[in-house]
Design a protein around this ligand. Sequence first.
Ligand code: FMN
Length: 170
Amino acid sequence: MTNILVAYASWKGTSQEVAAEIAGILREQGAQVDLEAAGKMRSVEGYDGVVLGASVRMGRPNSAAIAFLRRHVAKLASIPTALFIVCMTMKDCTEENIKTAESYMDKLKTAAPAVKPMAEGLFAGQMVPEVFPWPASKLITREAMGDAGDYRDWEAIRAWAAGLAAKLAG
Ligand SMILES: Cc1cc2nc3c(=O)[nH]c(=O)nc-3n(C[C@H](O)[C@H](O)[C@H](O)COP(=O)(O)O)c2cc1C
């Protein structure tokens, strides 16, 4: 059975829930899947493939994802690895916004250029301002905030995950 790690780097759990959905789809397709916080993984030995997801704040992917890529670069470069980003920019799928989201993905990839992702997902997240106490709420720019709400496109997320299964098996 294919052994897959789905790792997430999330502040408030939005991308963790996206990762859980992806893990569920991969399980439905017959894979053995571990779902873990990227920051907790000391080793990725024994996995046939890895999916890593990170949310974005202030233009930067969560640093736990960057650290994960740096720490495990040798192994990740040798097995199928997929990356996804969760951000508010993807709320509106304009050409400009896709470019911005791609720039977040580039920041992730720059952390470990030897890792050549076999799939890259750019997903909208959610913004629930009332859960952010001062001073975090003061840091949220108008651009980053967009219109508050949950913009996760579960159909797009599931479709992306379904397309991963065969590729992750190598
Ligand atoms: C303080 C703060 C800064 C953010 N900055 C950005 C940003 O620069 N670009 C963007 O597209 N989304 C930004 N967002 C939106 C988050 O990426 C979005 O809320 C995401 O769903 C968070 O996922 P998480 O709960 O897994 O961390 C920001 C959110 C917060 C709270």
